[in-house]
Design a protein around this ligand. Structure first.
Ligand SMILES: [Cu+2]
Length: 356
């Protein structure tokens, strides 16, 4: 009902404005002036354009300066410094262009408004001018694009052999991480056809011996100072991994695994000291509108010193230990190895050593 009233009011107001316009036109015709004559408020409109420009530009610079800290987070990764530099160079170049274009656009509207007797000059072309405004932007854009492309290739390129590989799986509306497990440090194979509703949310392929000690985590634990390779996939729709402090942003695409490598430079504790906030926590947020629950799709991130990180990893239970019913999918020849690797059964060798 309320929206109907609003729609009717808007229609009514538009109709009234149209009628006023018609009446004033008719009045000016009746007074003997031509209807096509220029509006007497022309100068006021031109002037208002300039006022709008000044207020907008002042507001733009004031906001950018006054709220700088609320939209720039401290950097906590190695490549983050570089991408931020690129960001600010691009920002500088575009702001200069934006300001010049805005001033020219609005001042010309005022300066060259209609005036009785003034005629526009016919100026068809000027090769030097055309060359200048083609070549300079072309060079600037090429430099920006190629430096950006180089940074991008470094971030998404091959990770080193001893990088910490972690898999992030996105689904509506949660993130799940899979770690390779301390026994082999290799992520086991996955196959989307093996995903089920009973526990195998990763689609873990238990025919692969590397999968036996993989473990799942609902928090993302990361080591400080070590190269990390995030392997990212999505199970349903597009999602996007966003770790703002690390300047990490990568889409999670169903059917097309993506990855991102980076080195974290500050542990959670370091950041708590730096920000003076004892409750500071890193966060992973989804930055792709992925459905109704998108707003809630985040994950806690904890960055440890490397030793603590290894300790945390060693304290985690293998996925297979938490879901022992999947032992049926392990080939017979590998069953014993799987039991030992998953921690379902003590390593007989280790047992003897402990007993001695
Ligand atoms: Cu999402």
């Amino acid at each position: 009902m309320m929206s109907l009233i609003i729609v009717l009011s808007v229609v009514l107001i538009l109709a009234i404005l149209f009628m006023i316009f018609r009446v004033s036109n008719l009045v000016s015709i009746a007074k003997g002036k031509s209807a096509s004559k220029i509006d007497p408020n022309n100068s006021i409109h031109g002037f208002l354009f300039v006022v709008f420009m000044v207020l907008s530009l002042v507001g733009f610079f004031w906001y950018s300066y006054a709220h700088f800290d609320s939209y720039t987070l401290p950097i906590a990764s190695v490549h983050g410094k570089r991408t931020d530099e690129l960001f600010w160079i691009t920002m500088g170049v575009t702001v200069v262009a934006f300001v010049i274009i805005s001033i020219v656009m609005f001042v010309f509207i005022f300066q060259y408004r209609y005036k009785e007797g003034r005629k526009a000059k016919f100026y068809p072309d000027n090769h030097y001018l055309e060359l200048t405004w083609t070549i300079i932007p072309a060079i600037v854009l090429a430099v920006l694009i190629f430096t950006g492309l180089k940074a991008w290739n470094d971030i998404t390129g091959e990770a080193s052999k001893d990088a910490e590989v972690i898999e992030l799986v996105a689904q509506q509306f949660a993130w799940t991480a899979r770690y390779p497990g301390v026994k082999d440090n290799q992520l086991g194979k996955v196959n989307y056809k093996l995903i089920d509703n009973f526990g195998n949310e990763f689609g873990l392929d238990l025919k692969d011996k590397n999968s036996f000690d993989d473990f799942k985590s609902l928090e993302l634990h990361l080591p400080k100072g070590k190269e990390i390779l995030l392997k990212i996939r999505a199970k349903d729709v597009l999602h996007s991994v966003f770790l703002p402090h690390f300047r990490v942003k990568m889409d999670a695409v169903p059917g097309m695994p993506t990855q991102f490598k980076f080195i974290v430079t500050k542990s959670t504790e370091d950041m708590r000291t730096e920000t003076g906030n004892p409750n500071f926590n890193y966060e992973l947020a989804c930055t792709e509108i992925c459905g109704r629950g998108h707003f809630s799709m985040k994950m806690s991130v904890i960055v440890h010193e490397e030793e603590d990180y290894e300790r945390w990893k060693a304290s985690q239970e293998a996925w297979l230990k938490q879901n022992p019913s999947y032992m049926k999918d392990v080939p017979d020849a590998l069953k014993e190895a799987a039991m030992i690797k998953a921690g379902l059964q003590k390593d007989p060798g280790a047992g003897v050593a402990a007993a001695e």
